[in-house]
Design a binder for this molecule. Sequence first.
Ligand code: ARG
Length: 467
Amino acid sequence: MTASPKTPAANQMWGGRFASGPDAIMQAINASIGFDQRLYAQDIAGSRAHAAMLAATGILSNKDAEAIGEGLLTVLSEIEAGKFPFRTELEDIHMNVEARLKEIIGEPAGRLHTARSRNDQVALDFRLWVRDQCDAAITGIEALMRAFLAQAEAGADWVMPGFTHLQTAQPVTWGHHMLAYVEMLSRDRGRFADARKRMNECPLGAAALAGTSFPIDRQMTATALGFDRPTANSLDSVSDRDFALEFLAAASITAMHLSRFAEELVIWSSAQFRFVRLSDKWTTGSSIMPQKKNPDAAELLRAKLGRILGATVALFTIMKGLPLTYSKDMQEDKEQVFDAADTLMLGLAAMTGMVGDMTANRESLAAAAAAGFSTATDLADWLVRSLGLPFREAHHVTGTLVALAETKACDLSELSLHELQSGHPGINQEVYAVLGVENSVRSRISHGGTAPDGVRAQAARWRGILK
Ligand code: ARG
């Protein structure tokens, strides 16, 4: 059978046993170069380490290895200069780089793939990329932690309402609320650090799936590429994408935290709350309502978890039920992780900017802190401490006094002593000390509590950690 002019030529990398090349639609569904070109730096670093090892073990001549190493640097500079001709018919970044290397250095290029397969190659490239993203996430998280910490230091003793059910619960301090996010973010940071540590084993040398008969030195390539050690099982090495899933899981939790603070910003910046003023840099106006200043960045951050969690679910679904070892399904891993990582980094940067620029409205915070009978628990605690009432009874007495204040449309601190004594005759003048919000927060001195002194101590601890 002779190939018709319309029959595409067989693939130059693996087309030996093929009479024709792939259908155009096959090429479209099969090619990953449109997205995996982002792995070029990792691919070239991996290939250079591989070539150096092949020379050191005598599998490749020094001359060939040098030509390969040099040629790969040329390819790298071409890509970085935007002059590299990416070709869909060469499927992916691995074959694009190798084909170009052949154009540049000729025959020795064909020796680079000795003792290697695209299966361990892609596992390596992707792992290196995700490892970099863990570092970037940690850096981004630390910047955001510093922004929250600066807010906490500025307002360690500013009172504001603490909420449960978004109902005023007890007065807390601004600094305490800001440090709550520092705690959340530090767990996020820890998750990326843990994932990075676990993924830091080198899959290169697993070859297609079974290892290789060439006398390779996997320790050498692992060390050259900054890994702690080579992976121990070649089958696992080419089929594992846990590192990407762990990255996505950590990213999802981080994005969930960003989403929660974003929601607080949306609420707090509203005219009804006025707890914070967002700077012009992070808000937009309305084309029809001149008074508006919309918290668009916060709203988008509230939503971004949708994409990141979507990517996480997608990759779980891709990996679910895949038999060992490599299957082409796994090529679908990259776009999900790329998009999630880009979204996370952008989100961290935007939130860092917003938190750094926002101005707390101390007066509104203080006024809101005193509203809603926020010191009712303090009154109940006082009844226990000063009059020896059982807490349940104190709770009940306080409830009747809250109801009284409600009917009078006043605050607990505005009830007369006579009115307070209608709840319990033992109540005396001293009770007024605990009905004020400042005293309330100052009294919460238990470890991790909202008292300004405790907040300052925690802020100082974080300052020491974050430098
Ligand atoms: N582009 C492929 C991927 O991303 C590279 C590995 C291809 N391996 C193979 N045996 N077809 O997964």
